[in-house]
Design a protein around this ligand. Structure first.
Ligand SMILES: Cc1cc2nc3c(=O)[nH]c(=O)nc-3n(C[C@H](O)[C@H](O)[C@H](O)COP(=O)(O)OP(=O)(O)OC[C@H]3O[C@@H](n4cnc5c(N)ncnc54)[C@H](O)[C@@H]3O)c2cc1C
Length: 350
């Protein structure tokens, strides 16, 4: 049995930051993740993509953000159970929980925090015959390593943020980049739509709308993509076809835990502490829902901080919570080592 103060399901950016916030309050965390390494969507879906809305970082690669979060939380020595799915939850008489993974590992904690993001990653796939036979042979639903597209013929399909963002990024390296979308209008951020329009106007990309990819051809590997635009059929030479139609959220067995669920997300009390309808179970990050919820990393960080204060009160009912600035109190790891900001000394020059 693995014991901790807070058991965190999901080692994405929000779960990792929760470890740091919990550590400041001397609470020990253990994380479970289905994936073999921490990082959630940032590592699995877009490690080499720059993020621009992390406070204090004008630009940071998603992979680097995860490296930093791991470094930041490592001083509190979190435990990790990776490559296993949190499967069953049993409430104990004392109000604590035992969570068992699909591989039978048992975890015991007074607080369970679900930071499971989108749950399992299930890409929405285009609906035409034969696409599966080209998976990993030119067809992929995620972009992990943009360098493989250098000097290649790339066809992206989709009309949301992912399709637009990757069109902008890969247009810098691909030999020829084509974006195919079934509508003339795009769902993504208007700034990205403007950038894509500019790339098209400057003949840096080929934009085909309203159109859909309906057939792929190739001997061992993808060679051709066929697009239907109204009554016309267009044949494109292709090294890669990347349909970016979004992800289907899959809560899996967590949806059987008695939690209040709304549209595949866990309802939480956002006026207080992001606790679910089951006392002692919190949900933070992309997996939760409340009025005005935004699926942004910075919102998950805020939720993690408030959740930890509430968890502290549950674990330490007799202790008073006092907010301390890390600049003043420093960060004492569980080994007792203290990192503290050096007081700056300003000397006047005579
Ligand atoms: C292409 C793309 C670009 C983006 N750009 C930005 C951006 O610029 N700025 C921004 O703020 N956000 C951006 N986002 C959104 C951002 O990535 C998410 O808001 C963020 O990852 C949510 O973090 P999380 O920790 O809540 O969940 P996730 O990152 O989804 O991590 C959840 C983890 O939980 C694990 N898990 C789920 N269920 C279980 C289970 N039952 N047992 C064990 N493990 C489980 C998963 O394997 C996963 O590792 C982008 C997303 C995408 C796809």
């Amino acid at each position: 049995m693995i014991k901790s103060d807070i058991l965190i399901i999901g080692a994405g950016p929000v779960g990792l930051f929760a470890v740091f916030e919990a550590g400041l309050l001397k609470m020990k965390c253990h994380l479970i993740d289905i994936l073999p390494k921490p990082g959630g969507q940032c590592i699995e879906l877009y490690p080499k993509k720059p993020i621009y809305d992390i406070p204090g970082y004008p630009e940071i690669l998603a992979g680097d953000l995860i490296d930093n979060l791991l470094k930041q939380c490592s001083q509190f020595e979190p435990g990790f159970t990776l490559g296993e799915k949190a499967d069953k939850l049993e409430k104990q008489n004392d109000g604590s929980f035992i969570v068992t993974t699909n591989k039978g590992t048992k975890h015991h904690a007074p607080i369970v925090v679900i930071a499971g993001g989108l749950g399992g990653f299930q890409p929405r796939k285009p609906n035409f015959d034969g696409i599966e036979s080209f998976e990993e042979k030119g067809v992929s639903y995620f972009i992990k390593e943009p360098n493989i597209y250098i000097d290649k013929n790339v066809i992206i399909s989709g009309g949301g943020d992912s399709a637009l963002d990757w069109t902008i990024e890969l247009s810098k390296v691909a030999k020829k980049l084509t974006l195919v979308h079934r509508r003339n209008e795009f769902r993504g951020a208007s700034d990205s739509v403007d950038k894509v329009q500019k790339l098209k106007d400057e003949n840096k990309i080929n934009l085909i709308t309203p159109a859909e990819v309906f057939k792929l051809e190739g001997t061992d590997y993808l060679e051709k993509v066929f697009v239907k635009k109204e009554n016309e059929e267009i044949e494109l030479s292709a090294d890669f076809f990347i349909p970016l139609f979004g992800l289907t959220p899959k809560l899996g067995s967590i949806s059987d835990w008695g939690l209040e669920i709304e549209k595949n997300s866990i309802k939480v009390n956002n006026s207080l502490d992001y606790q679910t309808n089951i006392p002692g179970i919190f949900a933070i990050g992309d997996i939760n829902t409340y009025p005005g919820k935004l699926n942004l990393i910075l919102c998950g960080f805020h939720e993690a901080a408030l959740m930890c204060q509430a968890a502290f009160k549950i674990i330490n009912p007799d202790k008073k919570f006092i907010l301390k600035y890390t600049t003043v109190s420093g960060v004492a790891g569980f080994d007792g080592s203290l990192k503290k900001a050096e007081a700056s000394v300003v000397k006047s020059i005579k």
